[in-house]
Design a binder for this molecule. Sequence first.
Ligand SMILES: Nc1ncnc2c1ncn2[C@@H]1O[C@H](COP(=O)(O)OP(=O)(O)OP(=O)(O)O)[C@@H](O)[C@H]1O
Length: 255
Amino acid sequence: MSQLLLDVNGLMMQFGGLVAVNKVNLNVKERQIVSVIGPNGAGKTTVFNCLSGFYIPTGGSVMFKGKEIAGKKDFQISRQGLVRTFQHVRLFKQMTVIENMLVAQHRHLNTNLLSGLFKTASYKRLEQEAMDRAAHWLEEVDLLQFANRESGNLSYGQQRRLEIARCMVTQPELLLLDEPAAGLNPNETKELDELIIKLRDEHDISVLLIEHDMGLVMGISDHIYVIAQGTPLADGNADDIRNNPDVIKAYLGEA
Ligand SMILES: Nc1ncnc2c1ncn2[C@@H]1O[C@H](COP(=O)(O)OP(=O)(O)OP(=O)(O)O)[C@@H](O)[C@H]1O
C-alpha cells in the first residue's frame, strides 16, 4: 500500500470578500499522478500557491509527509521535498541550460561563503555532485545535447522539459506542475505525457498537476479532483469524472 504524501483538509483562501478556495480537500499518495481540473478562475493556481508557500492559506491544513506546511516559506517547503513549476515558463533565459540546472541547486547545497571562497574539498565534492545531477536530469529529459545552449533559444516544449529537470535536481518527492502542456504542440504534449509517467514509474515521484488538456489529464491521472468556483465539485478516476453530470455541466460542457 502506498503511503499518503500530501493530505490537504478544508483548505481556504480568501482575498478580501472573495473566497477563491473554499474547503478544498486533496490527497496524493506515493507514486501517484493526481490532477486538479476546473474552469478558468476556479481557484486551481491559488490552491498550488497555498501548497507551495506562495500564499498563507486563510484556513485548513496542508500536511506533507505527516507535517503541517501551511504558512511555511516556499524555500522551506521545497527543501522538504515539494517543488513546483509555474503557469508561465520561468527560466533564466540568458543563461545556458546547464547554468539553469546549477542555479536551481544553489539553495539546496549545504555550503557557506568561506568553503566557497577557499574551494574546500567538501565544496568541490558538492559542486561535482551538483554537476552530475544536472547532467543526469538533462539526459532524462533529453536535453543533454543542448547543455551549453542559451535556454531562451530552446523550443517551448524543451523549455517546459528543462523546467521539470530543474525541479528534479532538487530531489523532490512531490512535483507540482501548473499547466505543463499549455502552449505545447501535440508531439510535445506526448513527450510531456511520457516524461510524467516516467517520473512516477522509474523515479518514484508523485505528481500533482493542474491542466486544461483533457486528453493528457484523462490519460495519465490516477485520481482527478474537480474544483468549480473555488469549491470541490467531484473526484475520482478518469471514468468517474468523464461520466459525472455535474462535471459535464460545469466544466466539460464548456468545451
Ligand atoms: N492575489 C490575488 N488577489 C486577489 N484575487 C486573486 C488573487 N489570486 C487569485 N485571485 C482570484 O482567485 C480566483 C481564482 O484564481 P486562480 O488563478 O486560482 O484560478 P485558476 O483555476 O487557476 O484559473 P486558470 O485556469 O484561468 O488559470 C480568481 O477569481 C482570481 O481573480
